[in-house]
Structure formats: structure tokens, C-alpha cells
Ligand binder design. Structure first.
Ligand code: B12
Ligand code: SF4
Length: 500
């Protein structure tokens, strides 16, 4: 067993509702950028990292565990979203049974929000790293290597006699520029295997970059526990260097910026745009923004510098609901931002949410009107999910731990329903809202033109359509009358609404 070998795992998780597996052909298949950053950091210190991307390569729990067992690493690092916790624990259990000496370390958003509970409950994890991982993981590995006690390593959670203990936090990396580039070279089949959602990019290959970390807002549904409220940025020149490296080394033609607030600093955005324009790099890119951070001048510059699409967290067409979400935004401002973006020639993606506490038929009606009147080109509708780490989780459940629905927390299942609404009604409204947007002739025409312009999307669309047809036929043949969710697989009956 090499004492320097560490395997990082992005575990499998339920991407969609059971019965809808074919949707995977058109959804976002981005790698874990967190693991790429960690792998780059440990490699600087002579460790030998590798990465397993379970979901992208359709690897089962057994297959992932077996790959690790065959390699006999000294360490395993697993990234944890709430939705992936059960899969991750099952993999860790199998590894521990075969390789009891291998140390299993976990980190990621679920640990930043629910670390103590996770370490107490899942004995197969040896230690957890809270928040930003690079520095802490290195200190932890070096402590293990020296054979010293880990209780003095900052920013971790460890277990003694079934109880979890947390050490004081380590200050975060103030200067992101000091971090090495993410280890894209370690990703199997990069960049070809990693595709964003269909129609969410003009042409590949595509890679992701986080040009900043942190968000100062406190929207109630959002889990910001990993990087906190203070925004830290890479310098524009370092971001530009990353883009150039990806383009020249891997032929990447499109970048998806995954920052919470890409436009938090107008000055930095301008600087990056100017660097891109002067270089003639000719890459396209997408980013997310709050509606209050865009103005016509910056949008015009962004368009010139290759910006193809901006995602806005619009959430709802109701100002009352926006207030309840602590979104610090108004429908009128959203409408203005979407118009300006469309006028600048940038595609607009609206991110909406259905079922937040306070949602009712009135607010749903306002959302339907809103999406019909704004010049939006693509929309995402999430089923409201109280993620651990979000303020609403505490409002709804207090300090109760609701681990029973963790594996459903992928934004595609209603695990909670607002007062006066049932999950069945929400599911019906979910489809109606999407249809209200996508059924309009101008949207159909827009996507036809887009497909002709970028035919690379057609293949995925065909696989999706064939998958859908096969699922329907299977359902009819098995006597389920075309219903895609199998009755025994639905968790709807188990839903226990604490406010009802
Ligand atoms: C890009 C992104 C995606 C991508 C890529 C996912 C991926 N595996 O990384 C896609 C589109 C696939 C995706 C899907 C989902 N996402 Co997402 N996503 C993001 C986003 C916007 C950025 C993530 C990122 O790259 N950050 C930058 C990197 C550097 O940070 P990082 O991954 O957190 O890693 C650092 C630390 O967490 C830590 N760390 C992480 N793993 C490990 C492991 C070890 C061993 C150690 C020591 C440390 C460590 O160290 C890393 C370096 O500092 C975040 C929001 C955010 N600001 O983080 C949401 C976010 C992570 N997603 C979220 C959710 C809910 C989802 C989905 C469940 C549903 C959805 N709504 O889309 C799915 C599930 C996906 C899955 N299990 O892989 C939530 C997670 C909440 C939670 N408690 O689970 C977040 C926090 C959004 C939010 N604010 O609520 N997502
Ligand atoms: S939704 Fe966006 S603006 Fe609100 S807290 Fe989350 S990342 Fe920040």
C-alpha cells in the first residue's frame, strides 16, 4: 500500500425521480470542481491523487468500491452533497471491510452544514473537513502520515467513543490566486465526458471554473455554509490564464462559471472581458448573476467578450414570496434585468423554484404570468427542497435532523409541501408551469433554429426521446398505464409536513 496514494470519489446519487432515468441524457454532467482543486493541492505535496466520477460514468456502489479496493490507497476522500450521503456511506463501508487500514475522509456541502451528525451516524467515515478543503486536508494528511493525533488539526470533525468533536476553524485562503489550477488532467476522458445540460452551451468541449468563492446574501433556501458570506476572487488575469490553459491544452471552447455571484465585482468582470477581447481567445462562456448586478454597459461588454448566457435566480413571479425568501430582489427589477440582457444579445436563463413556504395558487398564477411576459430563452424549475445548511431548514425543522429524505434532496422531488397544498397538486403545477413556457410557438421556433445552428445537441435529444419512449412502453406493458413513477417507488405517502 503506497502511503501517498489518495483516491477522491464523487459518489453516485439519485439525479432524478425514479422512473425518469432517461432525463440523464439531457442534464448537466459536470465533474466535482472541489475534488479537482483538492487533487491539485495534494499533488503539490507529493501525494498521488486520482479521481472517480461515479455518476458521469454510471458506476454503481459496488463498482466504485471495487475500483478503490483494487488500488489499495492509504486515503480515500469523498465529496458529500446531502443527496449523495447514503451512496457514499455504502461505498465507504465496503472499502473499510476490505481495507481496514485505509483512512476515509469526507468533506463538501453536507459536511459544512451537518458534519457532526454525519460523523456520529456513519462510523465508516474516519474524519471530516469543514468548509474550504485545500489547506485543512493537507494538514490532516500530514498529521496522519506522522502518526500524530488529529485532534489539533483545525477545521475538522473527528469521533471519540461515538461522539463527534469539532476543532476550531482555520482562516480561509484569502488569495485564491495562490491555489494551483484544478487538476483537470486527472479526470478520466476529460473534457469529452463532461457536458452541461442540453442547449446550455453553444458547442463543446466545456469546462467549469469557480472564479470566486462565497456569497454575502442570505436567501432562505440556499446553503452557503461551505464558503460563507465573504466573497473572495481570483484575479482576472488568473481566470484568463485558466481559460487559456483549458483552451490550449484540451481544446475547451466554452466555460461555465459556477460562482454564486460572478458579477459581484463589476471592475473584475470588466477587466476579464478586456483581457479576453485583447487576446482574441474566442471562447464562449456562461455565468450566474443577481438581477441587481447587471446594467446595459457591462452586458454589452460581456457579450463582446463571449458571454453566451446568464442564469438569474428569479425564483417566482410574486414579490410577497421573494420577501419571504429574503431574496432582496423584486419582480420589476428582474423583468428589467432580463430585458437588458436579451437586448444585449445574451441568452437569459431563469432559475425558478416551486413550493417555497407561502406558495399558493395565487403566487403560482403570478409566476406563470411572469414567465410568459419576460424575454427568457430557457428556464429551470426546481422543486423546493429544504437543504441542510439553508436558513429555511432551521425554520422548518428546528434542530430536528430529517435524514429520512436525504437521498431525495436533488431538487426533483417534493419532500415538503406548503400549508394548504398537496404534493400531488405541486407536481401538477410543476408540469403546467414548464408547459406554459416551453409550449409557446416562439420558444419552439427558437429551439429549432438553435438545433440547426448547433446540431451537436440533436444526438442527446434523440437519446432522451428514445429513453422516454422506452420508459412509456415498459410502463404500459407492465400494466402501469404509461405512468413513469412506479407506485412502490414514490415516497409521497411518507411525507410528513411538520407545519400541517
Ligand atoms: C457547480 C454546482 C453543481 C454542478 C457540479 C456538482 C459537483 N459535484 O460539484 C452540478 C450542476 C452537477 C450540480 C448538481 C447538484 N447540485 Co450543485 N452546486 C454547484 C455550485 C454552484 C458550485 C460547486 C462548486 O464547484 N464549487 C467550487 C468548489 C471548489 O467547491 P466545493 O465543490 O464545495 O469543494 C470545496 C469544499 O466543499 C471542500 N470539499 C468538497 N469535497 C470535499 C471532499 C473532501 C475529502 C474534503 C477534505 C473537502 C471537500 O473542499 C473543496 C475545495 O475548497 C454549488 C454552490 C457553491 N457555491 O458551492 C451548488 C451546490 C453545491 N449544489 C447543490 C445541490 C443541492 C445540487 C443538487 C443536489 C441539485 C441541484 N439543485 O442541482 C445536484 C446534485 C449533484 C451532485 N451530488 O453531484 C447545493 C448543495 C446543498 C447540500 N447541502 O447538498 C449547493 C451548495 C447549492 C446551494 N447553495 O444550495 N451542482
Ligand atoms: S441564492 Fe444566490 S444570492 Fe442568494 S444566497 Fe444563494 S448564492 Fe447568494
Amino acid at each position: 500500500m503506497s502511503t501517498k496514494k489518495i483516491i477522491f470519489i464523487n459518489p453516485p446519487y439519485e439525479r432524478i425521480a425514479p422512473g425518469y432515468e432517461f432525463v440523464k441524457h439531457i442534464t448537466n454532467q459536470s465533474p466535482s470542481l472541489g475534488l479537482l482543486h483538492l487533487a491539485a493541492e495534494v499533488r503539490l505535496h507529493d501525494y498521488e491523487p486520482s479521481i472517480i466520477e461515479s455518476d458521469i460514468f454510471n458506476l454503481s456502489i459496488d463498482e466504485v468500491a471495487q475500483q478503490v479496493i483494487d488500488e489499495k490507497p492509504a486515503y480515500v476522500g469523498i465529496t458529500l452533497f446531502t443527496v449523495g450521503i447514503w451512496g457514499a456511506a455504502a461505498i465507504a463501508r465496503k472499502i473499510k471491510q476490505a481495507l481496514p487500514q485505509t483512512i476515509i475522509i469526507v468533506g463538501g456541502p453536507h459536511i459544512s452544514s451537518m458534519g457532526n451528525e454525519t460523523i456520529e451516524r456513519f462510523k465508516e467515515f474516519d474524519a471530516a473537513v469543514v468548509g474550504e478543503g485545500e489547506k485543512i486536508l493537507m494538514e490532516l494528511l500530514e498529521t496522519y502520515e506522522k502518526g500524530s493525533s488529529i485532534v489539533n488539526v483545525p477545521g475538522i470533525i473527528y469521533r471519540v467513543n461515538d461522539m463527534a468533536f469539532r476543532t476550531p476553524e482555520l482562516p480561509v485562503n484569502k488569495v485564491l490566486d495562490e491555489l494551483p489550477f484544478p487538476a483537470w488532467d486527472l479526470l478520466p476522458d476529460f473534457p469529452q465526458a463532461y457536458k452541461p445540460a442540453i442547449y446550455d452551451f453553444p458547442r463543446g468541449p466545456v469546462a467549469t471554473i469557480a472564479a470566486s468563492r462565497g456569497c454575502p446574501f442570505h436567501c432562505k433556501f440556499c446553503d452557503t455554509s461551505t464558503f460563507g458570506a465573504k466573497v473572495r476572487h481570483y484575479s482576472p488575469s488568473k481566470v484568463f490564464d485558466m481559460m487559456k490553459h483549458l483552451h490550449e491544452t484540451y481544446g475547451v471552447r466554452h466555460i461555465m462559471f459556477v460562482d454564486d455571484l460572478f458579477l459581484a465585482s463589476k471592475v473584475r468582470t470588466e477587466e476579464l472581458c478586456n483581457l479576453l477581447l485583447d487576446s482574441g481567445l474566442n471562447m464562449t462562456w456562461t455565468c450566474t448573476a443577481r438581477v441587481d448586478t447587471v446594467k446595459p454597459e457591462i452586458l454589452t461588454l460581456m457579450k463582446k467578450a463571449g458571454c453566451w448566457e446568464i442564469s438569474f435566480g428569479l425564483e417566482t413571479g410574486s414579490n410577497d414570496l421573494l420577501k419571504k425568501m429574503d431574496k432582496a430582489a423584486e419582480v420589476e427589477k428582474s423583468e428589467q434585468a432580463i430585458k437588458w440582457t436579451a437586448e444585449a444579445g445574451i441568452r437569459t436563463k431563469g432559475l425558478f423554484m416551486l413550493g417555497f413556504p407561502g406558495e399558493d395558487s395565487g403566487t403560482i398564477g403570478q409566476t406563470k404570468d411572469f414567465i410568459r411576459r419576460i424575454p427568457m430563452t430557457i428556464m429551470n424549475l426546481t422543486k423546493f427542497t429544504p437543504y441542510p445548511g439553508s436558513p429555511i431548514y432551521r425554520d422548518l425543522y428546528g434542530t430536528n435532523i430529517r435524514e429520512d429524505h436525504w437521498e431525495k434532496m436533488n431538487g426533483m422531488n417534493f419532500v415538503w409541501a406548503p400549508e394548504g397544498m398537496t404534493v400531488e397538486e405541486l407536481d401538477r403545477q410543476y408540469q403546467e408551469i414548464l408547459l406554459a413556457f416551453y409550449r409557446r410557438p416562439q420558444i419552439g421556433w427558437y429551439y429549432t433554429k438553435l438545433t440547426l445552428q448547433y446540431p451537436n445537441h440533436l444526438f442527446r435529444l434523440l437519446r432522451f426521446a428514445l429513453g422516454f419512449a422506452a420508459a412509456k412502453i415498459r410502463s404500459i406493458l407492465s400494466g402501469r398505464g404509461g405512468l413513469l413513477v412506479k407506485p412502490h417507488e414514490t415516497h409521497l405517502d411518507e411525507i410528513d409536513n411538520p407545519l400541517r
